[in-house]
Structures are given as C-alpha cells and as structure tokens.
Design a protein around this ligand. Structure first.
Ligand code: CMP
Length: 151
C-alpha cells in the first residue's frame, strides 16, 4: 500500500549536522521525498503537532526541545512508507534502539532522539496537514519506481 509519512529532523539532528546522513538513508531505502521545509517550529505548531502527548509529564520539555532550533520537516512517500520509516528510525529511546536504525546509530537519549516519523495513517494525515498545504506536496512520477517498489 502506497503511503505518505510526516518526518521531522529535530533540532539535535540539525545542530549535529546529521540531516544529510538521515536523508541519505531514507532515499537509499527507496522512499521518495515529496515535500521539505527548513523552519523553526512555533509554540502553536509544536502544541498542535504533539497534541496526542498533551497529558504526558514530558510534554513541556518536549515542546521546548522541538522549538529549540531549526528543524527539517519532510513528507516521504512509498510502499508501506509509515511502517518502513518507523523501522528505519528505531525505538523511541536512543539508548534502547537497535544498531542499524537511525536512533540506534546516532542517539543515546530518550528525548533527544533526532527524528519523528508518523505512527499511523491517521497521524500522518493529521501531521501533514499541520505543516504543508496540499499544493506543496510534489506529485511527480519517478521513472525508477518500477525498479524500486514493485509488488
Ligand atoms: P517522537 O517520536 O517525536 O514522539 C514524541 C516525542 O517525545 C518522542 O519522539 C521523544 O522525543 C519524546 N519522548 C517520548 N517519551 C519521552 C519521555 N519519557 N521523556 C521525555 N521525552 C520523551
């Protein structure tokens, strides 16, 4: 099933210059980049994006972390893009994530875990809508697709 996933390369990824490395992994896997925005997340956007966590004890810290520097927000598309991205990203906590995953290779923190990836189709639709207008999502056929995501 073809899906879109909303990805945020968080302030630690930007400051640690891991943006290129992470995008490289996403592209090499076979996912397509269909939207991208380098930006600072405002308090309002942060609260909207992380609304499902609003009652958690780490909410305030999470909001100040995501606002603490520039982020790269992306939409990636491809076969099973949501579960595929969750696997590439690894477990939430950097010190528990498996080596070979993005967090497993580059994070040793629970909060500073470098990257966000949508956890379901419902979240993906909600999150994409927060950061992008429909006309900002590229709809361009890729001629290598038959070699990448057949079947
Ligand atoms: P993310 O996948 O963006 O979803 C929620 C974020 O909250 C998570 O990545 C971490 O950055 C952060 N987070 C999750 N659990 C905790 C926790 N127990 N303490 C602090 N931060 C957390």
């Amino acid at each position: 099933m073809h899906q879109k996933s909303l990805i945020i390369l968080k302030p630690d990824a930007y400051q640690r210059k891991l943006v290129g490395e992470i995008i490289n992994r996403i592209e090499r896997k076979g996912l397509k980049l269909v939207a991208m925005k380098l930006m600072r997340i405002t308090e309002e956007l942060a609260k909207q994006h992380y609304a499902p966590h609003k009652d958690k004890d780490f909410f305030a810290g999470l909001i100040s972390y995501i606002k603490s520097g520039p982020v790269l927000v992306l939409v990636v598309e491809g076969a099973q893009a949501i579960p595929v991205m969750r696997k590439l990203v690894g477990a939430t906590c950097g010190y528990e994530a498996e080596p070979g995953t993005i967090r497993g290779d580059y994070s040793i923190s629970l909060r500073y875990n470098l990257i966000h990836a949508s956890d379901s189709e419902e979240s993906s639709a909600r999150e994409i809508d927060i950061f992008f207008r429909p006309e900002e999502i590229i709809d361009e056929p890729m001629f290598i697709s038959p070699w990448v995501d057949q079947g």
